[in-house]
Design a protein around this ligand. Structure first.
Ligand SMILES: [Zn+2]
Length: 99
């Protein structure tokens, strides 16, 4: 591994990519937003809708949002022992509008 000028690590011999640390800036800007205003595509039925329109059935397992059309799970957010896990496998994409 090679460290670039901004501290990101690159694989030796291939400078076509940076490691995930390089994405910290853009990702921290994105996740500072209210994600419920984003439009997301359900991986189960293909519907596209704002996450605020999804269904949340509160329980002790954390936040589980389901598609309002097919009830497929869109995302899971679990917090335990000071750690958070975010599972977005139920979303094809999230689209954020301008500020
Ligand atoms: Zn769906």
């Amino acid at each position: 591994m090679i460290e670039s000028h901004d501290g990101a690590l690159m694989a030796a011999g291939n400078d076509d990519y940076l490691d995930g640390n390089a994405a910290a800036g853009p990702l921290s800007e994105l996740f500072a937003l209210d994600v419920t205003v984003a439009r997301g595509q359900c991986e189960h039925c293909g519907a596209v809708a704002v996450l605020a329109g999804a269904r949340w059935y509160p329980n002790s397992h954390g936040v589980i949002l389901s598609c309002s059309i097919c009830d497929g799970v869109l995302l899971r957010l679990v917090e335990r022992d000071g750690r958070r896990w975010l599972d977005l496998r139920g979303l094809g994409f999230l689209e954020f509008g301008p500020g």
